[in-house]
Design a protein around this ligand. Sequence first.
Ligand SMILES: NCCC[C@H](N)C(=O)O
Ligand SMILES: NC(=O)OP(=O)(O)O
Length: 289
Amino acid sequence: MLTLAEMSRETIEAMLSLAEGDCGRPLEGKGVALLFEKPSARTRHSMEMAVVALGGHPVYVRADEVGIGGRESVEDIARTLACYHAIVAARVKDHGVLEAMQAATQETPVLNMLSDIAHPLQGLADLLTIKQLRGSIEGAKIAFIGDGNNVARSLAEGASKLGAEFVLAAPEGYAFEEATASLPSVSQTDDPAAATQGADFVYTDVWVSMGQDGEGEARREAFLPYQVDEALMAHADEDAKFLHCLPAIRGQEVSASVIDGPQSAVWRQAENRLHSARGAMAYLLGVQP
Ligand SMILES: NCCC[C@H](N)C(=O)O
Ligand SMILES: NC(=O)OP(=O)(O)O
């Protein structure tokens, strides 16, 4: 599971059903490796607790402990972890590392816990949140305001598969590449108010992702007109909810009044990281809803 684009509608729906139901204990007596090249709060904790809920044992590994590409090749690290674990999960700087791991481990699933281009576990939690709050994903309108980044791309891919409308509002130079922009029911604009018009969900993420600190100043300037505040929320449906994968910077991509206000669903969304991780891993281990 490296991206939501490579998964079928049926697979995503099965994972969402498992997230809301009984997954059993398919990891009884088994381990899951959780390898992190970048920091994490939600992903580490939701994955560790989801592994425990499935009967398994999580092993947290920092990239510098195994020395990816230095002490040992990516392929040999993946093969090693696959000797002991039922799933190899990794948060990486370069998506190509995940592809190399999956090619090396073959039968042991590799699970993307965030890369430079995709965050499928976040996308799955977002879809679960939309399903719970709206009743159905099909026909929902999601406005994503800001960077066309890993989080935006995964949700666009999932929304497109499940028949939701996804509109990205991004400044020039930060929009989706053609492959994502041309997915069914995905569109983009540089106008945040136009994107938000009638939206059921208004989503944003940080302007400067992990590893982009060198671009911080240019990004903060480019994204200045893209803050989600109460004035922008007024363009959305009156029952619209605000979503953010977190961590958030109040006063940059979102005003405190919106993220801490009555339309915010960010804590439901954060909790759903646990349920969706459980559903995703159960499915990867062969459990059917
Ligand atoms: N916690 C999710 C962080 C998402 C952000 N786009 C990043 O890659 O840093
Ligand atoms: N949303 C998310 O992935 O959070 P962490 O970076 O804290 O894991």
